[in-house]
Design a binder for this molecule. Sequence first.
Ligand code: UDP
Ligand code: MG
Length: 321
Amino acid sequence: MSEQTGQVYISVIIPSFNEADSLPHLVKEITDVMTEKKYSYEIIIVNDGSTDNSRKFLDNLSASDKKCKVLHFRRNSGQTAAMMAGIDYSKGEIIIPIDADLQNDPADIPVLIDKLNEGYDVCSGWRKNRKDNPLIRTLPSKIANYIIQLISGVKLNDYGCTLKAYRREIMQDIRLYGEMHRFIPIYASWNGAKVTQVQVNHRPRQYGKSKYGLKRTVKVILDLVVVKFIQAYFQRPIYVFGGFGLLSFGLSFLTFIGMLYFKYFGGKSFIQTPLPLVTILFLLIGIISVFMGLLAQINMMTYYESQDRKSYQIAYTRNME
Ligand code: UDP
Ligand code: MG
């Protein structure tokens, strides 16, 4: 609770990369909503190494409005790292990340907060009428959402929507890498949090350019593999590796039987076609790459976490005491 009003303190977090034209409008929209609702709040804008006028604008803003706090990164580190930094520095009991480009509508913030007040720990925005390129963004994202739903067992329609509301407690122990900010509700739900979603407004981009394309969907799917693996790995690594090993032994036993069968009853040796070899080769390469990748991932996390390293570097901050 904040000391002055006894109200829940809200941290709005804005990861921002080259959004100088949008930021003034966004900050005004958020401030209007927050004052109208009489929330006690802070707005944390994370300047993710922008090369436009963002820095100047943000430094002026933070000088004139103490509720606007600013983190300047040394270099561009990505939306997830920016969000993580904002969360690390935030003080609110409720955390609300929002895009800097005005595509999310601050008018939805009270709706999310009301949901948390109903007793949920996470409320995710759902951009039902998404205003992005259908072919390279909306469709791949629909497919990705379906896969994520299947693998994670957490039913949301739009994991990728930045606008969400979290109770601070559920963010404890969550470290984010790559494109993983969208998986916070999944981690939270696995840890027993109550998760829900509401439809939110989505607006076309007015200023600046989108920073993403099709590549992001691929990254998201790979991150999902990591998240799922980590969940299993931290419980019992031997089940993951061992289970896979057993499966592999089983398969090789089957092919062995097949080999004998063909030799003695089919009259055809495997050497007559190269296909089985190629298939097995690719299968093996695939399996090995995935597992090597997962091990590398774990190594990377150990590296960052054991030394308490961050996935971002702050150049300087404003209004963060
Ligand atoms: N963003 C960021 N760092 C990056 C890329 C993007 O902080 O390296 C921010 C960006 O400024 C915006 C949000 O992440 O506030 C979402 O990016 P964008 O609007 O380009 O994504 P889209 O809406 O097209 O999915
Ligand atoms: Mg956008």
